[in-house]
Design a protein around this ligand. Structure first.
Ligand code: GUN
Ligand code: ZN
Length: 470
């Protein structure tokens, strides 16, 4: 078992190092690439990074050196938006957002009042995140406080830096998932006291989205936000046209969706707004002026037919951007696959995303979107030793394609476009190896008979009729 309190010893990792000191789209010199480099780790923290030939002679003989060459070593991936209780609704057929929530997601989340269900799912999720190289995530649990206990217990046991919160929702969902303005407030407060700042854990206030919270609940959330000005806030904003119309109906006084959150003091630094697809210019300005972050969830936006995230407009407004999986509206745990799909979403609106820019987003960019860029997301002295080792030749197809790559920029672009969990050689968190591709055997597969009706179960028409794509 991994004990998160015992500090790991000194370790030197040798590999091809990639890290970003700033935003490469703005400062190209921010890309740090060392073809033969060493990252020195002591007590879970990076204490030196540099050329192997400069660092090796100074290392004492008893320091363990792990040679990962020719693989790439970079900061662990950061996933700033996903849902712990949705690992068994990923890939649910045929619905746009509101239908998907009602038909699949809410019934599934209703199971998470059972501590065993929440514990089992938390172990699976953490295993899977580490297997794809993700070392930090911002996680929605369910409205059951016990689901947060389950997730944080597991993250703490592994010594991970994780953000999570109890979803608050007091209307427009099944009874089993509803809290109230008072219980949402009280339970969140108790969870903050129990978990926030324990080890590497942080609490996020998590009103699900405006349609499932009454004004009383949003008021109570605003009180919590004012009581804890440094806390993360995570929610959803402007994902789907049906959702937006519903918000207009529920909050007739509001000029747009964003103003609902503004009214209750929820638009601020470290407030993470999932999706942000259909924002007006006024809404973008409001997010930017208040230091909030917009979280781009490409596989989810494609899968649910929600629309195309406008990265140029969001960046142009000066909003911090995160890139996330949104499991389980999103269809992949892998940040590599997520970046590949981001590229395709942008291509559909005449925009682009370089491999360099994408790897920056997955690491230092997401750290900045979370307000954690002083401690994670970079290979630099003083930073927490969360890292991923990537094999850009992991599959026959990658190996063949790499024969035509001559630069790091090309290598990274092809790695994100064709790579996935198979490219993750090892994952380190707090200086400990927490996943090893070699050692991973997975669970034995037990064949399970499927019920009949492969065709009948999947109507050719989507359940709610039309989608909401642009
Ligand atoms: N909006 C409110 N809840 C959810 C959710 O669970 N997933 C997505 N994608 N959007 C949401
Ligand atoms: Zn979400």
């Amino acid at each position: 078992m991994i004990l998160s309190d015992a500090k790991p010893g000194t370790l030197a990792l040798r590999a091809r190092l990639v890290s970003f000191d700033g935003e490469p789209a703005i400062e190209p010199e921010a890309v740090r690439f060392i073809e033969d480099g060493i990252v020195l780790v002591e007590g879970g923290v990076i204490t030196a990074v540099g050329e192997a030939e400069a660092i090796l002679p100074g290392l004492s003989a008893d320091i363990r050196i792990v040679d990962h060459r020719p693989h790439l070593l970079m900061p662990g991936f950061i996933d700033p938006h996903l849902h712990m209780p949705q690992t068994q609704v990923i890939g649910s057929y045929g619905a746009e957002l509101m239908e998907w929530l009602a038909s699949y997601t809410f019934p599934e989340e209703s199971r998470y009042g059972d501590p065993e269900v929440a514990a089992e799912a938390s172990v699976f999720l953490v295993d899977e995140l580490l297997r794809v190289g993700t070392t930090t995530a911002s996680v929605f649990c369910t409205s059951h406080a016990i689901s947060v206990d389950a997730f944080f217990s597991e993250a703490h046991r592994r010594g991970l830096r994780m953000i999570a919160g109890k979803v608050m929702m007091d209307r427009n969902a099944p009874e089993a998932l509803l809290d109230t303005a008072e219980t949402g407030y009280e339970q969140s407060k108790a969870l903050i006291a129990r978990w926030h700042g324990k080890g590497r854990l942080s609490y996020a206030l998590s009103p699900r989205f405006a349609p499932t919270s009454s004004e009383a609940q949003l008021t109570a959330t605003g009180v919590l936000a004012a009581e804890y000005p440094d806390l993360h806030i995570q929610t959803h904003l402007s994902e789907n046209l049906v959702e937006i119309a519903f918000v207009r109906q529920l909050f007739p006084w509001s000029k747009d969706y964003t103003e609902v959150y503004e009214r209750y003091g929820l638009v601020r630094e470290k407030a993470l707004f999932g999706h942000c697809i259909h924002l007006s210019e006024r809404e973008r300005t409001a997010l930017s002026d208040n230091g909030a972050s917009a979280i781009f969830c490409p596989t989810s936006n494609l899968f649910l037919g929600s629309g195309l995230f406008d990265l140029a407009a969001i960046r142009g407004a000066g909003i911090k951007v995160g890139l996330a999986t949104d499991i389980g509206g999103g269809t992949s745990y892998s940040m590599l696959t997520t970046a590949a799909e981001a590229y395709k979403v942008l291509a559909l609106s005449g925009q682009t995303l370089t491999g360099i820019d994408a790897f920056h987003m997955m690491t230092a960019g997401n750290a900045a979107a979370l307000g954690l860029d002083d401690r994670i997301g970079r290979l630099a002295s003083g930073y927490e030793a969360d890292m991923v080792v990537l094999d850009s030749h992991a599959t026959p197809a990658l190996r063949r394609r790499m024969e035509r790559c001559g630069t790091l920029a090309e290598e990274l672009f092809v790695l994100m476009t064709m790579g996935d969990d198979r490219a993750v050689v090892a994952t380190y968190a707090g200086g400990r190896k927490v996943h090893d591709r070699q050692g991973f055997s997975g669970q034995p597969l037990e064949p399970r008979p499927m019920s009949r009706g492969l065709v009948a179960d999947m109507p050719a028409e989507r359940p709610g009729g039309g989608g909401s794509a642009q």
